[in-house]
Structures are given as C-alpha cells and as structure tokens.
Design a protein around this ligand. Structure first.
Ligand code: PBG
Length: 324
C-alpha cells in the first residue's frame, strides 16, 4: 500500500504509540557492569583514559557493587590487578589471589549479586600475554589451557556465578568444562569470549588493567577484524565444547558479527561494549560534542537490536539510572 494510504509517521506521533510499536527493549536486566579490583586497601584510583572508571581495592569494590545494584544492574564482570606478576601468571589461579578474594567479599556482602569472573592470564603475566609465552615469542596454546582451566576452577571455587574466558586459546572451553565438572562445578556456566577481535579499541582497558603486552601483540590468538565467517565457526566450536553463552567483542564496530552469530547459532549472546567505545563517548560528551545520555542509550539499543541478549558496558550503572 502506497502513500497516501500508508503514512509511516502516524505511529510516531506520540510517545505511547511509539512505545506500543517499539521492536527492541533495553532494560537494566540486560546490562553487565565491568569492575576493576586491585590489591591494597583504601584504593580508588582513577583510570586516566576511562573517565568515571576506577581501580578499587576490595572494600571500595564492594561499596561500588552496592551502587551498581542500587541502580538496578545485578551482574558484574570482575577483572583483577594483582600486586605482583610473574612469567606464569600464577596470581590468576591463586586461591588467595585478588580476584578470588574479591569474589568472596562480593558474594558475602550480597549473595544476590551475580559475579562473573573474567578468566585470563594477561593481567597476571609479567609479559602481558594471555597464556604461556614460549622463548620464541609464541603463546603456547596447550600449556596455556592448563593455566586457564586452573584459573576458572579457582574462580568457581571462590564463588563466581560464571566464568568468562577471554584468552582465545583453542580448546579452552572444553578444558575449562572438564576441569569444572571434575571438581564439582558442573553447574557453573561458561560465558565464552567466542569472537574476540584483535582490536585497537582495547587500549584504555590495558591502561586500567596494566595488561599491554611487553612485546608483540595479540594477533596470534585474537581474531582478524576483517573476518566474520570465522566468528561463526569460533562460536559453533565453543558451543560444541560446552559454552553456555557466546560473546562478540568489541560491539559497535562489529554489529554485523553480533547479528550473524545470533542468526547462525540462536545461542544466548553477549556483546562487549569495550573500553575504547566507552572512552570515545566520554571524550565527546566531555567536550560538549554529544549528548552523553542520548548517545549512550542509542548505542546500547543498537547492540540489542543487532541481536545481543546481554551487554557488557562500562556505562551499565549510568544507563540503568537513565532508564529508570
Ligand atoms: C583480557 C581482556 C581484555 C579485555 C577484556 N578481557 C584485553 C585484551 O584482550 O587486551 C578488553 C576489554 C575492554 O577493552 O574493555 N584478555
């Protein structure tokens, strides 16, 4: 039916009509707040390249998680910055490590908070790579699997509600699943960073987590930004190995990947609106070039529209406040 019988504007005329016909919902229930926990006490250190984000020691982290929950966001994704690093990244799987202690403190303060642990070695290794670095500069896949599976187990044992491996080694989901199942954690879900790209948008995070590789880069294990069919293959492999939820990361420059992974697999899917995406919006907002609230809610709605069920975003707390 053509104009004038069809007038698309009729249903745009009032907020109520727009609400009745809106296709995509964005609510605080869709959001996950990343938080950085650091060793020490009384620490609340600003991350220079991520205005509004801080590295927090455990008591301050617990207080911030309370504010996140108060805003209506019930899940956090936890990253640890240990006091010391070594070749093997042993702080990652130390039962008294920073993330393990933080998980216990968060769950003790608020058992209803869903705590997701990022499972990776890069914040804990002296070289900053996501696994075992060989003499020749390559990250050894199969040796890394053991360390990563041990890390996931110690996080689950500390009380993590889910583990989220972000290392991109082959076989890690099967290794983690086997380790968890063997040690009594068959019910702990794995949220796999299944399509994680070697992206320039992680720069601010690496400042925050102090995890820039001291030599080389991550292109030997993270995906080439030019590829999308490969993302579907990665996703299927992770599902076959036992992933409960998939992830695409970053989000906005990869909305086609979000869409295609969702279409191809139908599996629960998260998208990670990463540090660089956050910092771009912050910088433009601080300069007065963008209306921060409107731009953020539009960006997050777009990620949902593309097919993501959940969104990991540094804006989670603010967005939840704006939405309510
Ligand atoms: C660790 C990890 C990274 C991010 C999440 N987990 C960094 C990286 O791969 O270098 C990036 C998150 C962000 O930029 O917000 N492997």
């Amino acid at each position: 039916m053509a104009f004038p019988a069809t007038r698309m504007r009729r249903l745009r005329r009032t907020g109520v009509l727009r609400g009745l016909t809106r296709e995509t919902e964005l609510t605080p229930a869709h959001l996950i707040q990343p938080l950085f926990v650091t060793a020490g006490s009384g620490v609340a250190e600003d991350v220079a390249s991520m205005p509004g984000m801080q590295r927090l020691s455990i008591a301050e982290l617990v207080a911030e998680a309370g504010r996140v929950r108060g805003a209506g966001v019930d899940s956090v994704l936890l990253f640890g910055i240990p006091a010391a690093k070594d070749e093997m990244g042993s702080g990652a799987f130390d039962d008294e490590g920073i993330v393990q202690m933080a998980i216990r403190a968060l769950k003790e303060a608020d058992p209803e908070l869903t705590v997701i642990a990022d499972t990776c070695m890069c914040e804990y290794t002296s070289h900053g790579h996501c696994g075992w670095l060989r003499e020749d500069g390559e990250v050894d896949n199969d040796l890394s699997l053991e360390l990563i599976a041990k890390t996931a187990l110690s996080q689950a044992a500390a009380g993590a509600d889910a583990v989220a491996p972000s290392d991109m080694m082959d076989g890690r989901i099967a290794a983690i699943r086997g380790q968890l199942d063997g040690d009594g954690f068959a019910d702990t879900p794995i949220i796999s960073y299944s399509a994680k790209y070697a992206s320039a948008f992680y720069g601010p995070f690496r400042d925050a987590a102090d995890s820039t590789p001291s030599r080389g880069d991550r292109r030997g294990y993270q995906m080439d930004p030019a590829n999308v069919v490969e993302a579907i293959r990665e996703s299927r492999i992770d599902l076959d190995e036992g992933a409960d939820m998939l992830m695409v990361k970053p989000a906005l420059p990869y909305l086609d990947v979000v869409h295609r992974v969702k279409q191809a697999t139908g599996a629960p899917l998260a998208a990670y609106h990463v540090s660089g995406e956050y910092s771009m919006l912050k910088a433009a907002a601080e300069a007065g070039w963008l209306d921060e609230r409107a731009a953020v809610l539009e960006a997050l709605t777009s990620i949902r529209r593309a097919g993501a069920d959940a969104i990991i975003t540094y804006y989670a707390k603010d967005a939840a406040e704006w939405l309510s």
